[in-house]
Ligand binder design. Structure first.
Ligand SMILES: CC(C)(COP(=O)(O)OP(=O)(O)OC[C@H]1O[C@@H](n2cnc3c(N)ncnc32)[C@H](O)[C@@H]1OP(=O)(O)O)[C@@H](O)C(=O)NCCC(=O)NCCS
Length: 210
C-alpha cells in the first residue's frame, strides 16, 4: 500500500497548513544568490535528512506495534539534525505540532523519516516530517506519520540567534514555505505568545477582508 505525499489526507492541504498562491517576497527569495541583509539565503533542500530505523522488539508495545514515543524520539532527532544542517549551530526543540498516526508500524518494519526545513523566521525554523513504514518481506510501503516541529537556533551562550532566510525551489517547497507563516501563528497563539488579532495571514483564510 503506497500513499503519495500529496494525498488528500495530507495536512498541507488544510487551509491553515498550506495553499499554493505565491507571495511576492517568496518569488524574490526563490531567485538564486539572494542575500537578506548580511545573511545569505539558504536552499531548504540543503536541510534534508533521511533517517532509517529497524523496529526491534524493544521499540514495540504489547500489540507488537512501534511505540508512538519511540517514533517521536526519532522524529525529534531527525528534525534537530535537519535544523543543525540548515543553520550551522546548536538548536533546541521549541514546539511539536499535532503528530498524526495514520497507520500502525509493525515489529520488523523499516521506518524511514524525511525531515526538511520549510522556512526560517528570525531565530526559529519549522521542519516538515513524514514517516514511512516498509515491510521488507511483503515489499509494501505506506506513509504512517506527518508532523511539523519548530526549533530555535542557539549561539554558543545558549541564546537564540538568527537563522538564514529560506530559499524554497520546488512547488512543494514553496507551498510548505507559504503555509509556514499561518502554522506559526497557530502555535504562537496556542502558546500565548501572539494575540489572535495579530495573526493577519491566519485570519485572511477565514475572512474576506482583514
Ligand atoms: C525555545 C526557547 C529557546 C525560546 O526562548 P524564548 O526566551 O521564549 O525566546 P523568544 O521569545 O525570543 O523566542 C525565540 C523564538 O522561539 C519561538 N518560539 C517560542 N516559543 C515557541 C512556541 N511555543 N512555538 C513555536 N515557536 C516558539 C519564537 O517565535 C521565536 O522565534 P522567531 O525568533 O523566529 O520569531 C526557550 O523557551 C527554551 O529554551 N525552551 C526549552 C527548549 C528545550 O529544552 N527543548 C528540548 C525539549 S526537552
Amino acid at each position: 500500500m503506497t500513499k503519495g505525499i500529496d494525498s488528500k489526507t495530507n495536512i498541507r492541504n488544510c487551509p491553515v497548513f498550506g495553499n499554493s498562491s505565491l507571495f511576492f517576497h517568496l518569488t524574490f527569495a526563490a531567485k538564486s544568490n539572494v542575500s537578506f541583509g548580511y545573511m545569505e539565503a539558504k536552499k531548504v533542500k540543503e536541510s534534508l535528512v533521511v533517517m532509517t530505523e529497524l523496529v526491534l522488539p524493544n521499540d514495540t508495545n504489547l500489540l507488537g506495534n512501534l511505540m508512538g514515543g519511540r517514533l517521536m524520539y526519532w522524529m525529534d532527532i531527525a528534525s534537530a539534525l535537519s535544523c543543525m544542517k540548515y543553520c550551522g549551530s546548536q538548536v533546541v526543540t521549541a514546539s511539536v505540532d499535532n503528530i498524526s498516526f495514520e497507520n500502525p508500524i509493525r515489529r520488523g518494519n523499516v521506518v524511514t523519516i524525511h525531515a526538511q526545513v520549510t522556512r526560517a523566521f528570525n531565530t526559529s525554523m519549522e521542519v516538515h516530517l513524514t514517516a514511512w513504514s516498509e515491510d521488507p518481506v511483503q515489499n509494501s510501503k505506506c506513509k504512517s506519520n506527518e508532523a511539523f516541529f519548530t526549533f530555535v537556533a542557539l549561539d554558543p551562550n545558549g541564546k537564540p540567534r538568527k537563522a538564514p532566510p529560506s530559499e524554497p525551489e520546488t512547488p512543494e517547497e514553496i507551498e510548505l514555505y507559504e503555509g509556514a507563516v499561518r502554522r506559526r501563528q497557530v502555535r504562537l497563539i496556542l502558546s500565548g505568545k501572539m494575540k489572535p488579532e495579530d495573526a493577519r495571514e491566519l485570519k485572511s483564510i477565514f475572512m474576506k477582508e482583514v
